[in-house]
Design a protein around this ligand. Structure first.
Ligand code: NAD
Length: 423
């Protein structure tokens, strides 16, 4: 089933925030549409000698606070190429708000190519030609001071290195590592990038726990999705004293009320392909996982996991949205009325963009920080983002999701007004 227009959802959230901030219609219209959406044709010679034409996009939503920033995905959403354009537009606007919430001086961008390299089994050479052609096609609008892409769905440090190489060669052979983030360490990538999202999420949970007077030592945590974000959230929350009692992946969910060892569960998953069957655990359903009595629920898998029916049965005190969009809009008022503290996705999973920002800073100054230095700089962005959001949530008596949007939109509008309009 093709999902609803994601760009309409993004506009609805913007409208809500603008109403609370009493922002005029002209400014609201300015913030709604991306500044620029580039759609490019990508003719590639395939390994069999035939030409195939792909379509790519780069949406640049807003750069009032700094250069555009956001991922490049290789994906084939069910709705087709036009749906993908709406999706990247929406995602680019969420990047604007995500950067503003944690106060990194960057704007919002997103892009990608309509292709599923896994399903279509493109060879490494075909993928490289496609990536380099895409980098060439968008090279005029990206740059360390203009727009800094990053990895996203089905793209990795490999593609980022190729894009950096094309861009550097096209800029008169200047070394330009700051044109892209998510690079391998050998090309100017940052330490701590791999743990960033999970670690940032754990920092948010720590702040939320302080807010509601919950002791993290012994606090019970449930994690949906045991991938990059989920495993590192588990590892760092465990280091903070919490007990991981249930986790899940695509094959199913497991629970052990006495606690699961996060690292051993990961080793088991890496060996067997799933967390299911981990010694000492019991298999449960997705609904049981999400509605388990616990202190902290971390949805770290997919969007649209918590609907109204699940929301009514939730038994947690904090929800930390490591995944993007795990809570359906219909569930928000129910969760708010149950006094569950939600750390919204644009804040809870912003560790990734914070460290992307720090990678770019290191590239620009040509000096590189240790893991601990990077992590502690990220920590201060995230904790301030949390506290600022909480303050607005209390001031306007609104949930944390709306408060985060109010904070972000307010910051972007402030920069927009300070700059003024020209020409
Ligand atoms: P990942 O592919 O590493 O892990 C996803 C995990 O979710 C896998 O273990 C998979 O088995 C599991 N999963 C998938 N469908 C599931 C289901 N129906 N039920 C239970 N588990 C399921 O991905 P990731 O990078 O960890 O991303 C997870 C979420 O976090 C996504 O929403 C992503 O957009 C968001 N996110 C990630 C980052 C990052 O830096 N990794 C940054 C921001 C947001």
């Amino acid at each position: 089933m093709v999902q609803a227009d994601p760009f309409k959802n993004a506009l609805k959230q913007l409208d809500d925030a603008c109403s609370i901030l009493k922002i005029d219609k002209g400014t609201r219209d300015y913030l709604a549409e991306p500044n620029k959406v580039l759609r490019v044709k990508l003719p590639i010679k395939m390994d069999n000698g035939k030409i195939r034409v792909f379509t790519g996009f780069r949406s640049q939503h807003n750069n009032d606070r700094g250069p555009y920033k956001g991922g490049i995905r290789y994906f084939d959403p069910e709705g087709g190429v036009d749906y993908m354009e709406k999706e990247v537009k929406a995602l680019s606007s969420w990047m604007t708000w995500k950067c503003a919430v944690v106060d990194v001086p960057l704007g919002g961008g997103k892009g990608g190519i309509f292709v599923n390299p896994k399903k279509e089994k493109l060879s490494a050479n075909e993928l490289e030609r496609l990536t380099r052609r895409f980098a060439y096609a968008i090279s005029e609008i990206i740059g360390p001071k203009k727009d800094i892409p990053a990895p996203d769905v089905y793209t990795t440090g490999v593609e980022m290195s190729q894009i950096m190489d094309v861009y550097s060669k096209m800029s008169g052979n200047e070394n330009e590592p700051g044109v892209i983030t998510g690079k391998p360490i050998s090309l100017g990538g940052s330490l701590a990038r791999n743990v960033a999202t999970g670690l940032g999420c754990a920092y948010c949970v720590r702040e939320a726990a302080k807010t509601i007077g919950l002791r993290l030592k012994g606090a019970k945590v449930v994690i949906q999705g045991y991938g990059n974000a989920g495993t590192f959230a588990a590892e760092y929350l465990e280091k903070m004293g919490a007990k991981i009692i249930a986790v899940s992946d695509t094959k199913g969910s497991i629970i052990n009320p006495n606690g699961l060892d996060s690292k051993k569960v990961l080793e088991f998953k890496n060996k067997t392909g799933s967390v299911v069957g981990y010694p000492g655990s019991k298999k449960i359903s997705t609904e049981q996982l999400l509605t388990t009595k616990c202190d902290v629920l971390v949805p770290a898998a997919l969007e649209n996991q918590i609907n109204a029916a699940i929301a009514k049965k939730l038994q947690c005190k904090i929800i930390a949205e490591a995944a993007n969009g795990p809570t359906m809009p219909e569930a928000d008022p129910i969760i708010y009325s149950k006094k569950i503290l939600v750390i919204p996705d644009i804040l809870a999973n912003s560790g990734g963009v914070c460290i992307s920002y720090l990678e770019w800073v290191q590239n620009n100054m040509g000096y590189y920080w240790s893991f601990d230095e990077v992590a502690s700089k990220m920590e201060s962005h995230i904790t301030r983002g949390f506290r600022d959001t909480l303050a607005l949530s209390k001031k306007h008596k609104i949930d944390m999701r709306r408060a985060a949007m109010v904070l972000a939109v307010g910051r972007v509008v402030e920069a927009f007004k300070a700059k003024g309009l020209w020409p």
